[in-house]
Design a protein around this ligand. Structure first.
Ligand code: ZN
Length: 112
């Protein structure tokens, strides 16, 4: 079993467990890391606030909820609100850095 592949992976968007505060990009004012999500597990609620444009969103959480969940919920809610409201198109946050990733070449140097 102990076959180790030496692969130098770039430190991509690693899924790190973050404690309570996390900053995201605001989909309204597009400021980077201006949106913070605060999860209060004792109260079972999460508060999302953009400190730049003062957008707010609140949602319920459970023990599995992560800040990113609240963030995506917020995006959905904002999306929905836009849809049922005016027909003005909201600019979704650009899909995070979709830079072309070089396809992993099959390593042929499998020494025997
Ligand atoms: Zn904002």
């Amino acid at each position: 079993m102990g076959k180790r592949k030496k692969s130098s992976r770039k430190p991509g968007p690693a899924r790190v467990k973050v404690p309570l505060d996390t900053a995201f990009t605001c989909l309204f004012c597009h400021h980077d890391k201006s949106v913070t999500v605060r999860i209060d597990r004792k109260e079972g609620v999460a508060q999302l606030i953009c400190r730049v444009c003062d957008q707010r969103y609140q949602s319920k959480v459970n023990h599995l909820t992560e800040p990113i969940d609240i963030y995506s919920e917020w995006i959905d809610a904002a999306d929905e609100a836009q849809r049922v409201g005016e027909s003005s198109t909201v600019r979704r946050p650009a899909a995070s850095s979709s830079r072309p990733v070089p396809a992993r070449a099959p390593s042929v140097d499998d020494s025997d």
